[in-house]
Design a protein around this ligand. Structure first.
Ligand SMILES: NC(=O)C1=CN([C@@H]2O[C@H](COP(=O)(O)OP(=O)(O)OC[C@H]3O[C@@H](n4cnc5c(N)ncnc54)[C@H](OP(=O)(O)O)[C@@H]3O)[C@@H](O)[C@H]2O)[C@@H](O)CC1
Ligand SMILES: [K+]
Length: 498
């Protein structure tokens, strides 16, 4: 599903109004949907609507009137003077025949449900003063909260908390979610997210051209590499994974096994000679070749090899950098992870220049925040002015590679502006070796000819699903072993027989 920024959503609104649906019709549809959700959340008992000065508050007034008409006991607190309301919000407030209470936290009482209609897409500065006191009091009340569009205080584009934010039980949004519904911390403030149809035609999307989407099979199913009946292991491609030295071979083996489980036809671990026996003893379906130098590596991948995974346990320094350069020179699809990234920390532009020298290069960089800040110091987490989405998009443009920034809300961005946010990773996926498996899964799709952006998105989604499939207590080895169940789940979802 596409994700719309607050500006893109406002444009969807404008286009719908220009096509003949009055804005107030949309607000009525929102208000009715909010009333339905409120009835689901609280079947009985009083409901308090806390409304702000804009159209989010207008939605709240419509919901209040609808619920009162259904016989519910409803009260309304308004952040501003009723007489100062404008436009559709003023119209909505006219439809509310009950009393309007002032913004005083002592008036919250103990309702069965609070409807949060303070701020939505129009939040444009940190929350302070009266609204902040109100938000803090609502959070402290322990009453379930239904947020309209966004939990008030959450930035719809970045998911950031702007001073204070409502911790919602459920959030109802309309037409399409916003990036802030999926990016942290926003996602954890939304509670359960419902996306409601309010009569905006999908046709407006082609006029808006959104570039960001939720990472799920709807996004990449057309690119997903299905094994062909007439195929064989060579048509499914050959991946090479670089092993570290004798004390650091496990990471490469995890990647290699994930590449094989993920669908690569053949996988070879390129191992230093002194670690050959260790690797060979621990591998069965994965092959092993003795490789000590970048020249030997170039020789190996110069044959029938489609993709290389370089970085897990590889070691930091010139040796690993040399293998990366060999991979790029051979024009193989590449996953560059962990030490392959840190090996360029001194001069990231050297890496980016090499990648950009070949406009056809299919390269995925898979940093965690620490590795990301080594390559893109000005875009690091500490630069609080930019959202994770903006930071990764800028990194992709700069590097010429698809950049995947790991986390509970993993973002994948392409140099062409496309980006995807994942929300299917369970918390227990953050475990030693998990990233090595992810690199292998991405390599599996690259090996089968999937373009870098889709390969990265597929890998992230499969990895998240594997985490859920394996469940709490998983270790990285489990992720590769549940892949058949993840494939079955995906095939079922796509209606593909097996
Ligand atoms: N798009 C759609 O399809 C549809 C949208 N709809 C709804 O409209 C909502 C957007 O409405 P909106 O633009 O009126 O803004 P909203 O979020 O109500 O904010 C209100 C005002 O608060 C103020 N303000 C901002 N930050 C502040 C702060 N920190 N502290 C204090 N004040 C602050 C600022 O006003 P200012 O004070 O600057 O004059 C701002 O204008 C959207 O979320 C959805 O619910 C539906 O009705 C129909 C379909
Ligand atoms: K809200």
């Amino acid at each position: 599903m596409e994700l719309l920024t607050t500006d893109e959503m406002a444009r969807a609104d404008e286009l719908t109004i220009a096509d003949g649906t009055p804005g107030f019709e949309l607000m009525r549809a929102v208000g009715r949907a909010v009333a339905d959700a409120a009835n689901d959340l609280a079947e009985e008992g009083p409901i308090l609507v806390v409304a702000g000065r804009g159209n989010n508050g207008g939605d709240g007034f419509v919901a209040a009137a609808e619920l009162a008409a259904q016989g519910r006991d409803v009260s309304v607190i308004l952040l501003c003077d009723r007489a100062t309301l404008k436009g559709d919000a003023a119209l909505a407030a006219k439809g509310w025949k009950g009393e309007v209470l002032p913004c005083d936290p002592s008036l919250i009482g103990s309702p069965a449900l609070i409807i949060d209609a303070l701020f939505g897409a129009g939040l444009d500065r940190p929350v302070k003063g009266d609204p902040k006191v109100m938000i803090d009091a609502i959070n402290a009340s322990g009453v379930p909260v239904l947020a309209v569009d966004l939990p008030s205080g959450i930035n719809g584009n970045s998911g950031a908390v702007m001073g204070a934010a409502i911790l919602a039980t459920e959030t109802v949004t309309f037409f399409r979610p916003k990036p802030g519904h999926l990016l942290l911390p926003g996602r954890s403030y939304c509670g359960k997210l419902r996306v409601i149809d309010i009569g905006i035609n999908d046709g407006v999307l082609s006029r808006i051209g959104p570039k960001t989407a939720e990472n799920n099979p709807d996004l990449w199913q057309d690119a997903f590499p299905l094994p062909r009946v007439d195929g064989h292991k060579f048509t499914r491609g050959h991946a090479v994974v670089l092993s570290g030295d004798i004390a650091a071979t496990g990471a490469a083996r995890l990647s290699a096994r994930a590449a094989l489980r993920g669908g690569a036809g053949l996988v070879t671990v390129a191992s230093p000679r002194d670690a050959l026996a260790v690797n060979a003893a621990a591998l069965t379906a994965v092959m092993v070749r003795p490789i000590d130098t970048a020249e030997e590596f170039a020789g190996l991948i110069g044959g029938k090899v489609n993709a290389c995974i370089i970085g897990p346990g590889a070691g930091i320094g010139a040796r690993t950098a040399g293998f990366v350069k060999a991979g790029l020179a051979a024009k193989r699809s590449l996953v560059l992870d962990a030490d392959a990234l840190t090996s360029f920390a001194d001069a990231p532009d050297r890496l980016f220049d090499l990648i950009k020298a070949d406009p056809e290069a299919e390269v995925v960089l898979t940093p965690h925040e620490g590795e990301f800040s080594r390559l893109f110091s000005d875009l690091s987490e500490e630069s609080e002015t930019q959202s994770k989405l903006d930071r990764v998009a800028a990194a992709a443009k700069r590097s010429g590679a698809v950049v995947l920034l790991k986390g509970p809300d993993t973002v994948v961005a392409s140099p062409d502006g496309r980006a995807a946010i994942a929300s299917n990773a369970p918390p227990w996926l953050a475990t030693a070796g998990s990233g090595d498996v992810l690199a292998g899964l991405i390599g599996a799709s690259l090996t089968q000819g999937v373009p870098a952006y889709e390969a990265a998105c597929i890998g992230v989604w499969m990895h998240g699903e594997a985490g859920s499939e394996a469940g709490p207590g998983l270790i990285a080895e489990d992720l590769t072993e549940v892949m058949p169940a993840v494939f079955r789940r995906l095939y079922d979802r796509l209606g593909i027989p097996y």
